[in-house]
Design a protein around this ligand. Structure first.
Ligand SMILES: Nc1ncnc2c1ncn2[C@@H]1O[C@H](COP(=O)(O)OP(=O)(O)OP(=O)(O)O)[C@@H](O)[C@H]1O
Ligand SMILES: [Mg+2]
Length: 456
């Protein structure tokens, strides 16, 4: 069954078409003018529109243009007077699926309708599929080059469409809040609020009233009733950051909210139902905290329905370069004036261990941009920590290398560097050669060959 909009200024034709469509099991809606039809398809959804071309005021071609622009999913079949092939061809150019000449043969019309519906069904399915695929990897502001981050994006794409509670864990600066925002932004809740609250930043009593609200007179200073974040985020998402620092009593209250979807203001006996999605984040190891009884196990299981773990940046070095370009692009407005990076500086960025993860890298890029002049970022423009860490660990090696290097062929040098790099990548993947080969965009056989030091 399809919803079909019929447009003609002749009532008799509308009647015939209506009866025909109903007899085929469809649901027709009739419009006696182009204006009326436009009004209807802008407020309701149809699978197909069958429209006469020649009508007063808004004629069929104009209507087609609007429909094509505003309702691209709706197929359009035009009815043309016998002999006006030129207009019909124009209609096809404007995006009509097909045309049928009047007076029409019933069989021909029904066949065209069937084909148009089949066509749009397949096309719309394809669009859906493509959107799903895009959503898997494409989050506007998330750089995800490494397999680890790609997997994270895949999970985001899947959980965004649900309402389940998500627990994001990862070291400081790995992008936990960014991930939480992306989940919200791709969920049906995106039109509502995303409210973050840092559980470590507030003393217990204040955190409780921030989260759940309080009634007037609940405590000294509560001069008026105040709505908590759970109520304020109604219909949206609440982001509970640093969940590991929550006190036992607040943990108990949060558990109740997650179980019954009910919040009770501090000092009140009444509960209110709330519709809020919860995303929590932690850089503590909650499993250890459960072990030593500082985090409730039952709350942990409620929160971690979908766990997302973000690896530290040093474990996904493929993300470093793309992140650097991403941050340069977001710092510099004029993209025709983007600076380049000297290879030595680039190597330093790739080798540093980034204990502060992506946030530290972002700051390093800002630092470098402030110091660089002449449109090239040099090693010396990087923060001292990055320079000294690389030079400390590599200084000896670098000079040795330099001695070694003199007199060596470029080919020889490159091979040594290549093996060094392969070793690093392998280490990143805990020795998994298949994964390493994939990330290097080479075949497993090539990797084995290179590791064995065979000639190319
Ligand atoms: N994959 C990424 N792509 C682009 N930007 C990123 C990525 N990961 C992190 N960032 C950026 O790095 C900065 C730190 O990220 P965020 O604040 O989300 O980290 P966090 O894990 O919440 O840190 P903390 O534990 O310190 O609260 C932000 O500016 C964020 O936009
Ligand atoms: Mg954070």
């Amino acid at each position: 069954m399809a919803r079909i909009l019929l447009v003609d200024d002749e009532p008799s034709i509308l009647n015939v078409l209506s009866t025909l469509m109903k007899s085929e099991g469809h649901e027709p809606v009739a419009a006696r003018s182009g204006e009326k039809a436009q009004e209807i398809f802008l407020s309701e959804l149809f699978d197909l529109m069958i429209s006469d071309i020649r009508m007063a005021a808004v004629d069929g071609l104009q209507l087609l243009k609007i429909a094509h622009r505003e309702r691209p999913q709706m197929a359009v079949i035009m009815l043309t007077a016998y002999g006006s092939v030129e207009t019909a061809v124009q209609a096809m150019k404007e995006g009509a699926f097909d045309y049928v000449t009047k007076p029409f043969k019933v069989d021909e019309l029904l066949l065209t309708v069937q084909r148009a519906l089949e066509f749009t069904r397949v096309r719309n399915e394809n669009d859906d599929l493509r959107r799903q695929l895009d959503a898997r990897y494409e989050f506007e502001n998330i750089v995800a080059e490494s397999p680890a981050m790609r997997r994270v994006c895949e999970i985001i794409g899947r959980v965004a469409r649900t309402d389940t509670t998500v627990l994001v864990s990862g070291e400081s600066g790995t992008g936990k809040e960014l991930i939480a925002q992306a989940i919200h932004a791709h969920s049906a809740r995106r039109g509502r609020k995303f409210l973050p609250i840092n559980c470590a930043a507030l003393p217990e009593s204040l955190l409780e009233s921030e989260m759940f609200g309080h009634v007037k007179g609940a405590f000294t200073g509560a001069t008026a009733t105040k709505e908590g974040l759970f109520e304020a985020a109604s219909g949206g998402t609440i982001f509970l950051d640093e969940i590991g620092s929550m006190s036992a009593s607040i943990q108990a209250k949060l558990l109740r909210v997650l179980q019954d979807r009910q919040v009770r203001k501090v000092g009140s006996n009444e509960s209110t139902t709330v519709d809020v999605r919860v995303i929590a984040a932690t850089n503590d190891r909650l499993e250890d905290m459960i072990e030593n009884k500082s985090f409730r196990e039952d709350l942990y299981y409620r929160l971690s329905v979908i766990p997302i773990e973000i690896a530290p940046l040093r474990k996904r070095r493929e993300d470093i370069q793309p992140l650097v370009s991403h941050f340069i692009r977001s710092e510099i407005r004029d993209h025709s004036q983007l600076p380049t990076i000297d290879p030595i500086a680039e190597m330093a960025l790739e080798r540093y261990d980034w204990p502060g993860n992506v946030r530290e890298l972002q700051n390093a890029v800002r630092h470098a941009l402030a110091f660089a002049n002449g449109g090239v970022i040099q090693l010396n423009d990087l923060p001292a920590k990055v320079i000294s860490a690389t030079s400390a660990s590599r200084a000896g090696e670098a000079t040795n290398n330099f001695d070694e290097m003199s007199g060596r062929s470029l080919r020889n040098f490159l091979r040594t560097k290549e093996r060094e790099y392969l070793g690093q990548v392998l280490k990143n993947y805990d020795g998994d050669k298949e994964k390493a080969a994939k990330s290097l965009h080479i075949s497993l056989a090539t990797l084995y060959r290179k590791l064995a030091g065979e000639e190319d």
